[in-house]
Ligand binder design. Sequence first.
Ligand SMILES: Nc1ncnc2c1ncn2[C@@H]1O[C@H](COP(=O)(O)OP(=O)(O)OP(=O)(O)O)[C@@H](O)[C@H]1O
Ligand SMILES: [Mg+2]
Length: 184
Amino acid sequence: MHEISLHILDLVENSTGAGANKVTVTLEEDSHHDELRLCITDNGRGMDAGLVAKVTDPFVTSRTTRKVGLGLPLMDMTTQLCGGYLRIDSAVGQGTKVEASWKMSHLDRPPLGNLVATVKAILVTNPELHFQYDHRVDDRSFTLDSGEIRAALGDLPLTQPDVLDWLDQYLKENLSILYGGKAK
Ligand SMILES: Nc1ncnc2c1ncn2[C@@H]1O[C@H](COP(=O)(O)OP(=O)(O)OP(=O)(O)O)[C@@H](O)[C@H]1O
Ligand SMILES: [Mg+2]
């Protein structure tokens, strides 16, 4: 089963692949409406209406290494299967917003997966990217901004082992607070 965190990696890769240097990931766990929402916005090259309309077809891709792109079609499938939706809003030269929703309690809803590893991987593999991660669980929220992290680190590279350990701890602590201190 594809995890939400892998969808996040796929979508961020789409954004950076489209030339974006700013990407925001918003994850909202809304138990009141029994809904899980994921929204990714970027300032990449965008897509025209024709491509947006076709992009959930697996045979539409700008990849040159293979003929199928699976990221968006797979999300389209899992969201529909789980009483949700996938919406893509894009404008050429401006950027793209991909919004996905799943019914949270649906038996086939993909698990969140390892969000700590995902956020770390995005930061480490995209040192120039202005990346923002917003995670909301009902009325609690946590925001990580890559600009703030890099400013706090000064000259220390994110790839240094003790910096990575610190980032790991920082993310784990904040996600734990988000879940009311309960292990997730
Ligand atoms: N954020 C985006 N900005 C601009 N174009 C995008 C964006 N996301 C997707 N696209 C376009 O839609 C196509 C399909 O995306 P999709 O994620 O489904 O497959 P892929 O990225 O080509 O391959 P895969 O995800 O399997 O590695 C991309 O090749 C690209 O042309
Ligand atoms: Mg993709």
